[in-house]
Design a binder for this molecule. Sequence first.
Ligand code: SF4
Ligand code: SF4
Length: 110
Amino acid sequence: MSNRCATRAEGKFMAMLTGLTFGGTTWTPKFVEEIDQEKCIGCGRCFKICGHNVLVLKAMNEEGEFVEDEDDDEIEKKVMTIAHQENCIGCEACARICSKNCYTHSALNN
Ligand code: SF4
Ligand code: SF4
């Protein structure tokens, strides 16, 4: 169950998406916004914990560009990327498991 409640921010009223726990306590989902690819070591822990098909591990070359063909191109490192942000439920499990503090999340305001 979810609802939108009005909160006051910077002098304006903003609608914020909130949900309820099983016990009826309000909580605010924080959706994945960004992964810091400079800090990411490609360990894949966040990928394993996310059950919503949001994340994809991608290869990068020396120039920091994504490699399309991993068999042909030189790979410098692999980093996690947000492939399907629309599937995120805002649980923040990925941020909690990441030891490199790569994640930025934010609540949905509109
Ligand atoms: S917040 Fe939850 S659903 Fe969204 S990417 Fe992270 S683990 Fe997946
Ligand atoms: S857990 Fe952190 S360091 Fe590991 S792949 Fe995910 S974002 Fe990168």
